[in-house]
Design a protein around this ligand. Structure first.
Ligand SMILES: Nc1ncnc2c1ncn2[C@@H]1O[C@H](COP(=O)(O)OP(=O)(O)OP(=O)(O)O)[C@@H](O)[C@H]1O
Length: 242
């Protein structure tokens, strides 16, 4: 069973800019929650603080009963947190399977040899890349690179998956494949925090959304309500649309 996430009064400054100001929210175990907001509102900075990629200037991050605030990324990974990045980052000189094996070797739990190869095949099959392990990453289509990125994140057997615009750049039929894949994760009980600009995906996947603007949380609640909130519409589209 995956574990809940709780962040409390998370705060981050870059010089004079407050990128994240006292942001708090919880994700229950097994929830898929959207983290939304216009460009520059602080979403990726929140993910970076949860995953340990950036130290926070204040606040706490807890996974289940464990305080993971200020842990380095490899330790955060050991506590069951995995992420994908806005730009896909496969290692292009390695094969598809080798990319996943690397994550298995250095992930949450460490796997080597035959066990690792079997698990890599299992993760690749889960994301729709069954039997494709020997292919060169450079030959993959964009959706298949995204699948590989997901397989690498799943290799660490996370309890919480942070998806940073994982669906961005997909064409409409690829988007449906991507949404189905996140649904599949959801049906397996994975807790997912989904940073996303594609509202079709948010509506399809997220029962609940959190919205940020200029570093602050401005709304939180059921997706259908939040997406109609005048403050949210104003944050995205400006005063004329509020
Ligand atoms: N390493 C950094 N150094 C300085 N400023 C940064 C850094 N990272 C982010 N920022 C600034 O912090 C603010 C929040 O950025 P962030 O990337 O978290 O926003 P975002 O909501 O994820 O945006 P997008 O939707 O465009 O990805 C922005 O003003 C950004 O320019």
């Amino acid at each position: 069973m995956s574990k809940p996430l709780e962040i409390a009064r998370l705060h981050k400054r870059f010089g004079g800019l407050v990128a994240v100001r006292d942001v708090s929210f919880k994700l229950q175990s097994g929830e898929v929650v959207g983290l939304l907001g216009p460009n520059g509102s602080g979403k990726t900075t929140v993910l970076n603080m949860i995953s340990g990629a950036l130290p926070c200037d204040g606040g706490t991050v807890r996974i289940g009963d464990t305080d993971i605030t200020r842990m380095k990324p490899h330790r955060v990974a050991k506590h069951g947190v995995a992420r994908t990045f806005q730009l896909v980052r496969p290692l292009p000189t390695l094969s598809v399977a080798e990319n996943v094996l690397l994550s298995l070797a250095f992930g949450h739990k460490r796997y080597w040899g035959r066990e690792a190869r079997a698990l890599a095949e299992e993760k690749l099959a889960f994301v729709g890349l069954a039997g494709r392990g020997d292919e060169q990453v450079g030959n993959l289509t964009y959706i298949d690179q995204k699948r590989l990125e997901m397989a690498r994140a799943l290799a660490s057997e996370p309890d919480l998956l942070l998806l940073d615009e994982w669906l961005a750049g997909l064409n409409p039929s690829e988007l449906r494949i991507g949404i189905d894949l996140v649904r599949h994760l959801q049906s397996e009980g994975m807790t997912v925090l989904l940073v996303e600009h594609i509202m079709e995906a948010v509506r399809a996947l997220c029962s609940r959304c959190i919205v940020m603007s200029a570093g602050e949380k401005i709304a939180e609640g059921p997706s259908a309500e939040v997406l109609q909130d005048p403050a949210v519409i104003k944050a995205y589209l400006g005063d004329d649309h509020a």
